[in-house]
Every structure is written in C-alpha cells, then in structure tokens.
Design a protein around this ligand. Structure first.
Ligand SMILES: [Zn+2]
Length: 591
C-alpha cells in the first residue's frame, strides 16, 4: 500500500482516552446522577410549568441528553470499528443498557408534555420564550393518540433489550463475523462481505456472479438466524402497532418524519410508473457490455473506462476539490474530517460493513466509517458520507432537540455531494469512454437510490403486512423479495437464483424500519435542488445552506419551501425522473 494505514483509522481519543479510562466511567456515573436529579425536579410537575420555567427545563433536558450521548457515541464507534474485540462488545452492550435505562428515566418529560391540555398548550406555544421549541413540542404531541402510560412505556423499553434489540445485535454480530473464501486469479482468498460485494464492479461477468453467489449462499447457510431475526422484528412491530393504535406499518415512520402518508404514496406510485425507464437503461447497458441480457450481478459491471482504480489520497483529493468547487465552507468542513482523523477508511475483519456518518449532538464532531476498496464507487461514497458530515456540522446551529434532520431530509446533503463530484469529474474529463463510465455510474446510482429503494420499501411493507397472518418461512420471505424485485426488472434483467436471499443482508430493515424511502425522497429532492443550482449558480448556495442548517426545527415541507419546492405538488416527483431520462439520453448520445 502506498499510504500510511494508521492515518486511515479514526481517532476516538477526542472523546475518551481509552475504553477503560476514568473519564468514561465518570460520564456514565454523572449521566446517571444528573438524570435522577432532573427526574426528581420535574416529574409530575411539567403540566404546571409556565413558559419561562418550561423553557428552563427544556434547556436542562437538552444538556442532559448531550451528556448521555457521549459515552454512547464512543461505544458505538469502537464496536463499529471492531465488533470482535470482546472489550468493545462489553462496552457496546453496557452503553445500550445505559441508554435504555436513561431513556426510561426521562420518559416522563415527553409524556407530561403530551398530557398538557390543548388550551394550555396553545397558550404556552404562543409565548415568545418557547418560539425555538414550538415545533419540537408540537412534534412530541403528535404522538398523543399512540402513547401509553409511563409504566407501560418503561416496561416496553426495558423488555426491548432482550427482545427486538437483542435480535438486532445478533444480526449485527453475525453479519460482521461472516468470512468468505473465493478463488480469484488462480488464488484462494479470504474476504470480508464488503470486499466480496466490491467484486460486483469486476470486469469479468463470471467473477461478478460467483462473488455475489458466494455472498448470498453464506447468508442462506445462516438462514435460520436471518429469518428468525426478520420474523421477530416484524412481529415486534406488529405488536407495537396494535398496542399504540396505528393502522398501517408505515404510519409511525410517516408521523415521525412529519410527512403526510399521501405524499409518500404519491412518490412511490410515480416511482413505480417510471420502472420502464430503469428497464430501458438495463437493456442499453446489456448492449454496451455485449450481453444478450443483464443478470442482476451485472448491474454494476464497469462500462467504458472504469478500470481506473484510486488510492485513498487521490479519492480524498477529488472529493475535496468537488466540494471546494461548490463552496469554500463545504470544503473546509469536509477537510476537517481528515485533519482531525474522524474517518476510518479501510475494510478489515470484524469491522462494520458499508459506510456511515455518525453525528449525535450539536457539540460533538461527527465521525465517518468507510470500507474503501479503490474503485470509483468508493470515491462517490466518500463524497456521500462527507455530505452527511457537512449536514451534521451545519445543523450544529440548532440546539439538541432540533439538531437531527428529519429522515426524509437526512440524505439531502449526501446525495447532493455525490452530484457535485460527478459533475466535476464529467467536466474535467476529455476521454469519451471515461465520460461514458461516469454517466453510467451516476445513472446506476440514481437507479439504486430511487427504484431499488422503492423495491425495498414495498418488500418491507409486504413483510410487515403478511407477518400479521403468522410466521413467514424463509421461502416466503424470499418470494416476496423476488416478486418486488421482478416488478422493477421486468424482462430486462435476469435474477440469479441465490438472490432469493438478497433481503437477508440489508441492515436498514432491522436498524431503521422504512428508512429506505428516505433515499427515494432525497434523490428526487436533490435532483430538483441541483437543477436549481445549475440555473441560479451562487445565488442558490445561501438558500441551500439555510436548508441544511435547519435540523428538525421545522417540518420538511417548511424546510424546503425557501428553495421554491412544494412537496404537495404532484408533478414534483416526476421532474426528478425527467432529469434521469435526460441523463440516459445524454448517455445514448455518447454511445
Ligand atoms: Zn447516506
């Protein structure tokens, strides 16, 4: 390797010197004490507070939440970096038990806000002291019809530790422990799942199919565990829906996202109506590859000149240039991740797969995890995760309860950042075959974040609806998966048989129910925002910064309104697909 590997590990000592440091112990202890003190001071009294005292309570609550978040963030990062280290495992388990205990301790606060009589709440919400918290308080109170008593809420949380959260942990540990062997260029190699999936970008169709098959078959070998995890996650959700009076599996997500169900319905229906656009691209790609028809292991096959591989330093340079080309602040925020060593870059055994950016509070810097394997996709992933990082940093203008962007907006800056990277690469490039490769990669990316995520969401919806009728066998889960994927591919792509297990490795289904539609939402939103940027140039930048600075201080509809975007406009979603169609036409012009 031509670079210093130690520089590519993140530095968590900014948080605590070591997992056994007294500072960490101290925060666990202090957190517990402060939470008990807060409870003592406010429990049973929230409904009597006037605006000024409620404001003071909210400020205290926020700083307590920040205090409690720090050891949890630390434990999360250590476990993600090496889930096989037993000290990390213990710390991670301890942190989640701590988080669970603390959230039970503080549960009363939101519950008492929910219990405020409407007229009293209206008077409080109108007072100037609470202006900055109005949206937050309203968001909490939306859950009124779905909230149980404190005792019930507390017991449910407690039992989650050995219930659905235990299944999540099992899923994570099993997935991170999987090792694969595959023969490549005449040599047996041991690989992580990430490295194997990286081979979907290999030029040889046989290698791609073999890698994907080995990956999926290993999941099938653990089919008992995976189908049990999925069944229990779905059963747990069903019980929650019944206990809390929800009528549809997606309802809690939509409510939490502050998005009316009709908006999501419309978005998904428009997406399905555009499936033929994806099929048109898949047929074109088969032609470019000289194949009669694509297999689904060929979807990410390189087209044109993509054999190029990137060192991590080259990738970093490109991403920083792309952000600098957009705005200096964006560049500087992104660069700080490297200089402050808040990135863990390379794949290794026991490390969490995929990529993420973790931001927890307005006063703690976010961290990025990658599994960089030198290809163009990995460069885009850096731009993506740093986009999240920029978003987290900009929303540090908000206080704790207004900090986290609502899920449908959470992918805005990440997808936008990828768009900036592609555009810069396309403009710099003079070689036609490299341009073809870049365009294909962008189109495939849009397909993956819109159509594919829509498929995932439909599958997830059916999984939850069908679990109502009883246990789902692995075969039946595979069938649901196969059918929903089949709708997207039509006859343009042949699915390889082991793909029946394609559902089993998607962690979003287990970690963040119905998160996947946020990608569709974000991609279509970003295509609109990006178009505005192309039209308005520098004038657009302050508006965009305002969106990213908003956190969750406003509803998504109000957050994007300054950019002239109306989420209720039925044509809004189709405009995104029209943009995709233009990209496909541009590609056709080149080939
Ligand atoms: Zn993302």
């Amino acid at each position: 390797m031509d670079y210093d590997v130690t520089k590519l590990l993140w530095d968590t000592t900014i948080l605590y010197p070591a997992p056994d440091s007294p500072e960490l112990e101290d925060d666990f202890r202090r957190g517990r004490e402060e939470a008990a003190r807060f409870r003592e001071q406010y429990r049973g009294k929230v409904t009597d507070l006037d605006a000024q005292r409620l404001h003071a309570a909210l400020v205290e609550y926020e700083s307590l939440e920040e205090l409690l978040a720090k050891p949890q963030l630390y434990a999360y990062l250590l476990f993600a970096a090496d889930s096989e280290n037993s000290a990390n495992k213990r710390l991670s388990q301890r942190a989640s038990e701590f988080g669970n205990e603390m959230s039970r301790e503080l549960l009363f606060f939101d519950l008492e806000i929910i219990q405020l009589p409407d007229d009293r709440f209206a008077a409080l919400a109108a007072s100037p002291e609470l202006t900055g918290y109005r949206h937050h308080l309203e968001s909490v109170r939306k859950f009124r019809p779905h909230t149980l008593t404190e005792r019930e809420e507390s017991l449910l949380k407690l039992k989650n530790l050995t219930g659905v959260e235990a299944f999540t942990r099992l899923f994570d540990e099993l997935s991170a422990s999987l090792r694969f062997t595959m023969e490549l260029e005449g040599e047996e190699r041991e690989m992580t799942g990430e490295e194997l999936l990286g081979l979907l970008h290999h030029p040889d169709a046989g290698v791609r199919e073999r890698a994907f098959s080995i990956f999926l078959q290993r999941h099938e070998e653990h089919g008992i565990v995976y189908s049990s995890v999925f069944n229990n996650a779905a059963l747990d959700h069903r019980q929650e829906l019944e206990l809390r009076n929800y009528s549809h599996p997606m309802e809690p997500t939509n409510l939490g996202n502050d998005i009316p169900a009709e908006v999501i319905d419309r978005m998904m229906n428009v997406t399905e109506a555009n499936y033929p656009l994806a099929q048109e691209y898949f047929r074109l790609k088969a032609k470019l590859l000289g194949l009669p028809r694509l297999k689904n292991s060929d979807i990410y096959a390189p087209v044109g000149e993509t054999a190029r591989s990137f060192t991590f330093d080259e990738a970093k340079g490109l991403v920083l240039d792309a952000y600098a080309g957009f705005d200096r602040d964006f560049h500087d925020i992104a660069e700080a991740f490297f200089t402050e060593r808040r990135i863990d870059a390379l794949p290794r055994p026991g490390k969490s797969g995929g990529a993420f950016c973790m931001g927890m509070t307005p006063h703690m810097a976010p961290y990025v995890l990658l599994n960089f394997t030198n290809n163009l996709r990995d460069v885009a992933t850096i731009a993506h995760e740093l986009g999240h990082g920029i978003h987290f940093v900009l929303s540090q203008a908000q206080t704790m309860v207004n900090y986290h962007a609502p899920l449908p907006l959470a992918e805005t800056a990440s997808v936008f950042g990828e768009m900036c990277l592609t555009r810069m690469l396309l403009e710099k490039e003079t070689d036609k075959s490299v341009k073809v490769a870049l365009l294909c990669a962008k189109i495939e990316d849009i397909i993956a974040t819109t159509f594919r995520q829509n498929v995932l969401t439909r599958f997830e919806e059916r999984l939850h609806l069908e679990r109502k009728e009883g246990l789902l066998t692995a075969e039946r889960i595979g069938e649901l998966w196969w059918e929903e994927n089949g709708k997207l591919y039509g006859d343009s792509v042949e699915m390889i048989p082991p793909y029946r297990w394609g559902w089993s490795y998607i962690s979003h289904f287990i970690h963040a129910r119905f998160y996947c539609y946020s990608y569709v939402f974000a991609e279509l939103l970003v295509l609109s925002l990006y178009r505005k940027y192309l039209e308005e140039g520098a004038l657009f930048i302050p508006v965009y910064k305002e969106i990213l600075t908003s956190g969750c201080s406003k509803s998504p509809t109000d957050t994007v309104a300054p950019a002239g975007i109306d989420l209720n406009d039925p044509d809004f979603w189709q405009k995104g697909y029209d943009f995709l169609k233009e990209l496909i036409e541009e590609l056709k012009g080149l080939v």
